[in-house]
Ligand binder design. Structure first.
Ligand code: SF4
Ligand code: SF4
Ligand code: FES
Length: 370
């Protein structure tokens, strides 16, 4: 079947060139090939690939299905950054004269050209138990009503289309391929934050294991590249906060985070010299004594006693107390976009107030009653 993309009425055509990394896994041959196309000015990267495949080289391999940013099939890299091909308009690029380089997503094995093996991706999604566990098997007699406010807590996580763009750019996964990764962990938060799910503790224990949430380097590339605004890094931060709230703090990362809060609250500063014993334990700290003395000799660390207390430490303590008073611990303590900013106004223990006014992004909420 011929792929003829007709210009829309009133639209003109553009000429553009792009380079595509071609790869044959069987022979191991790799080649950067250049293609020139003429196309309607509204084309996306996916349309351009269709034209190349239809008119110039039928062996070009890439994935697609919905063509409208829903199925998550068409993730790939343009100039080294993951994009959804069907979301990426080519007009500005063509007009600038730039010739983009198209390559397969990162952190996943390449099968052919722009097609990657998604098996490792799905394996990690399966590992986070991506289904609701209401804590009972029998069919409930009454419908369980969930308010919009309660669903707002996981609004962003529920937008994920499993495209893998975040995984492609994940720094931590590059150094540790076993890391659960941003997509799977965002999916995990989608269930941890769901009021109908009764398996929080077991889930959080799993996500706190080696290669779990605390292995994230906080580079924020996943937030930057996600085409659906899921903000996976924020989801991971919420999982960390929920873990600590539930007392799941056996990982060094959790201890590290707790010590940051404790030292900021007590002195207004980070008490660096106590960081190693508090997070890695006393034995590990003793083993590092020589290194620590070397640092101290060169003035790189302050003496641990007496701890330096900031002049206005009261402000840090007041902030700490405010968070406690407002119950903004756990996932509610993570400010994420407009929804989260709205939740600061209307927070409550269970995650959201059922009788709170509806919160719309960008719309000033009405004043609280009383
Ligand atoms: S913030 Fe964490 S999960 Fe996201 S890309 Fe960076 S290392 Fe990966
Ligand atoms: S979090 Fe975003 S980038 Fe990652 S798989 Fe989901 S939709 Fe794609
Ligand atoms: S083709 Fe479905 S998301 Fe691009």
């Amino acid at each position: 079947m011929s792929t003829h993309i007709a210009p829309a009425p009133g639209s003109s055509t553009i000429e553009l060139a792009l380079k595509i990394w071609r790869y044959d896994a069987e022979t191991g041959e790799k080649e950067l090939k250049r293609y020139e196309v003429e196309a309607p000015d509204w084309v996306t990267l996916l349309d351009v690939l269709d034209i190349v495949k239809d008119q110039q080289d039928g062996t070009l391999a890439y994935r697609k299905s919905c063509r409208m940013m829903i199925c998550g099939s068409c993730g790939m890299r343009m100039d080294g950054a993951a994009v959804l091909a069907c979301k990426t308009r080519m007009y500005d690029i063509a007009k600038s004269g730039h010739e983009p380089v198209i390559s397969p997503m990162g952190n996943l094995p390449v099968l052919k050209d722009l097609v990657v093996d998604m098996n490792p991706f799905w394996g990690k999604v399966r590992a986070v138990k991506p289904w609701l566990d209401p804590g009972y098997d029998e069919v409930a007699e009454k419908e369980r009503i969930v308010s919009q406010q309660q669903m707002n807590v996981i609004h962003k996580e529920a937008l994920c289309i499993m495209c893998g763009c975040c995984v492609s750019e994940c720094n931590s996964m590059e150094s540790d391929p076993e890391f659960l990764g941003p997509a799977a962990l965002a999916k995990g938060m989608r269930f941890v934050g769901d009021v109908r799910d009764e398996d929080d503790v077991e889930r959080l224990n799993t996500y706190n294991e080696e290669h779990g949430i605390w292995d994230c380097t906080r580079c924020y590339f996943c937030n930057e590249r996600c085409p659906k605004g899921v903000d996976p890094r924020d989801a991971i931060a919420k999982l960390g906060a929920e873990s600590i709230k539930q007392g799941i703090d056996h990982d060094m990362g959790a201890k590290h985070a707790k010590w940051f809060v404790r030292s900021a609250m007590t002195t207004g500063w980070l008490r660096e010299t106590e960081l190693v014993p508090k997070t890695q334990g006393v034995i590990s700290a003793i083993k590092q004594t020589k290194f620590a003395l070397g640092l101290a000799k060169r003035g790189k660390v302050p003496p641990p006693f007496p701890p330096h207390v900031a002049e206005r430490v009261g402000e840090a303590r007041a902030l700490y107390n405010l968070v406690k008073e407002q119950g903004r611990e756990g996932a509610l303590g993570i400010v994420q976009g407009e929804h989260a900013l709205g939740r600061i106004e209307f927070t409550e223990e269970a995650g959201a107030r059922e009788n709170a006014p509806e919160i719309q992004p960008g719309v000033e909420p009405p004043p609280a009653e009383g």
